[in-house]
Design a protein around this ligand. Structure first.
Ligand code: SAH
Length: 241
């Protein structure tokens, strides 16, 4: 996967920047949705379904991804690939954002924690579906930028702060769902503790040198956890303060 990201970055360097007008963005989001739906079909044996929930697809259709992408990459904002957002971090591939959101099984009452705000895009997609999103980012500069982007877009149900999300965000726990968008080598214990019984953690796990797997952890009513491995992924590492 890391190789794939590298290759797509190389392609970015080689291709001339295409000129799209802002009016094209809604149509390009529709095309992106079709690509995500096709990729869901291709990966159905891994993910156990051949379509994502309609509300998740609508959220992808609503969120202006180009607002979360640096100017240099805006014309690629609706391609189904990760893109650089500065500080050696990336905005995730839209298919992965959609899949993780679907796997979190949230609804309009959910309180959700995201670890790894990055650009703020995943937080915005979640905010279309849930009651409130708390999102933690370890790099101050990215946390501040995401906060500005989300404020300018009018999202009132997202709170961003900078800090080490390994420890979760105790103040607002327990959460109905936790989405982690950077990969630790093991599932952080504080996140399991801050999850409500019946809730889900969606998290990529694995060392950078090995294949990471997207996992879904379900905490049952008695507090026991069940871990399900979904598919191989390539995320930046979860770092520690
Ligand atoms: N969800 C993001 C993608 C983020 S990439 C988006 O939609 O754009 C992963 C992010 O996790 C990076 O910004 C990285 O700085 C952050 N990160 C890494 N380790 C972290 C930690 N321990 N706590 C919080 N954020 C962390």
């Amino acid at each position: 996967m890391n190789n794939k990201i590298f290759l797509s970055l190389l392609v970015l360097w080689c291709c001339p920047v295409s000129t799209f007008s802002q009016d094209d963005y809604p149509e390009r989001r529709d095309v992106l949705v079709e690509e995500i739906e096709a990729m869901v079909m291709e990966t159905r044996e891994y993910i156990g379904k051949d379509r994502l929930k309609g509300a998740v697809i609508e959220a992808i259709r609503n969120v202006p991804r180009h607002e979360f992408v640096p100017d240099l990459y805006k014309s690629y904002a609706y391609e189904n690939r990760p893109l650089p957002i500065g500080s050696r971090q990336t905005i995730s591939q839209p298919y992965i954002v959609a899949l993780m959101t679907d796997l979190a099984e949230v609804n309009s009452n959910s309180i959700v924690l995201e670890v790894g705000t990055g650009s703020g895009y995943q937080a915005a997609v979640l905010a279309e579906l849930v009651h409130h999103v708390y999102s933690i980012e370890i790099l101050d500069s990215l946390a501040q930028k995401a906060q500005r982007t989300l404020f300018n877009l009018g999202y009132e149900n997202i709170t961003v702060r900078s800090g080490d999300g390994y420890n979760g965000w105790q103040e607002h726990a327990p959460y109905d769902a936790i989405i982690v968008t950077a990969a630790p080598e093991e599932i952080p214990q504080p996140l399991i503790e801050q999850l409500k019984p019946g809730g889900k953690i969606v998290i990529p796990v694995g060392a950078q040198s090995r294949t990471q797997y997207l996992r879904v952890i379900t905490k049952n009513r008695s507090g026991d956890v069940e871990v399900k491995e979904i598919l191989p992924v390539g995320f930046v590492p979860l770092t520690r303060k």
